[in-house]
Design a binder for this molecule. Structure first.
Ligand code: AMP
Length: 283
């Protein structure tokens, strides 16, 4: 496995590989864990050339977010990718990835999803976040010439928006969704879990418990979203809740009475360290 830091080097390798192989991309911000590993494993199983990108993307972080303190563990990431059978880690610096103008004027050409996709859920509380995500993912698609790209269902709104972007911008890339990986007690595995204090870690599992309880009620025939939302909220008393919502899986619009496939999503900050955690469940 090779670790590549330069776009020019990546392009050379991709040019050669693309002649005989289907290239797959797993975009990540590093601090890799078993959630990322399940994406990489699936990509390795289904393709003959796998590129994992490790890049903490500055354009998707707001000014008061955790860009500076986001965990960076490249040595461990390299080991995990090597053990999983990936072919390349692409780990550019921000200066390699973005042109000078971004660092001088905090501006660059952006890929911006429509307002209706971003005016809710994580897009509402993180203005500009999905512009940054779509921009970096577009750049990675162009650089890697990937046929398939693997995204976790944990970031459900991101997955929805990326699928829309691929369709609306005619990218020739198949988006492959991957199920959420959890710790033994149900907490969704996340690089940000390392920020949790001991008491936060105990509280954090309530997010998943709330989702599970709501699903249980839904399966018993409760189809009013508000009842399910109230049920999940009861598990989040100590949290600073950003949102608890039910949306249609088809268009990500909020729904009152559930008739078709739906998703319940939670974003909440933990009581002690105010770590913002997200999770969701298909109802
Ligand atoms: P990140 O490094 O947080 O940007 O995540 C990179 C990719 O890994 C995204 O597609 C995430 O949805 C996915 N991912 C992160 N955590 C998990 C998890 N616990 N289960 C499944 N996919 C995950």
């Amino acid at each position: 496995m090779k670790v590549i830091y330069k776009k020019s080097e990546l392009k050379e390798i991709v040019k050669e590989a693309a002649k005989t192989k289907d290239i797959a991309l797993v975009p990540t911000m590093g601090a890799l864990h078993k959630g990322h590993k399940s994406l990489i494993d699936k990509a390795v199983n289904e393709n003959d050339f796998v590129i994992v990108s490790v890049f903490v993307n500055p354009t998707q972080f707001g000014p008061n977010e955790d860009y500076d303190k986001y965990p960076r563990t490249l040595d461990n990431d390299i080991k995990l990718c090597e053990n999983s059978g990936a072919d390349i880690i692409f780990a550019p610096s921000p200066k390699e990835m973005y042109d000078e103008i971004y660092f001088e004027e905090k501006e660059t050409t952006l890929v911006c999803p429509p307002y209706k996709y971003v005016n809710k859920l994580c897009g509402k509380s993180r203005p500009g976040h999905f512009d940054g995500v779509c921009t970096v993912v577009s750049k990675l698609f162009n650089l890697t010439k990937c046929k398939r790209a693997y995204f976790g269902k944990k970031d459900a709104q991101q997955l929805f928006i990326i699928k829309k972007m691929v369709s609306e911008l005619d990218f020739d890339v198949e988006i492959v969704p991957v199920d959420i990986v959890r710790e033994d007690d149900g907490l969704a595995t996340s690089s940000r879990n390392t920020y949790l204090s001991e008491s936060d870690r105990i509280f954090a599992v309530n997010i998943h418990k709330g989702l599970e309880k709501a699903k249980e009620l839904y399966q018993k025939g409760i189809i009013e979203s508000q009842t399910l939302i109230d049920t999940a909220m009861a598990y989040l008393k100590d949290f600073d809740v950003d949102y608890v919502e039910v949306v249609s899986l088809e268009d990500f619009e909020k729904i009152g009475t559930i008739k078709n496939e739906a998703l319940m999503l939670i974003a909440a900050k933990t009581p002690d360290k105010k770590v913002r955690l997200i999770d969701n469940i298909e109802l």
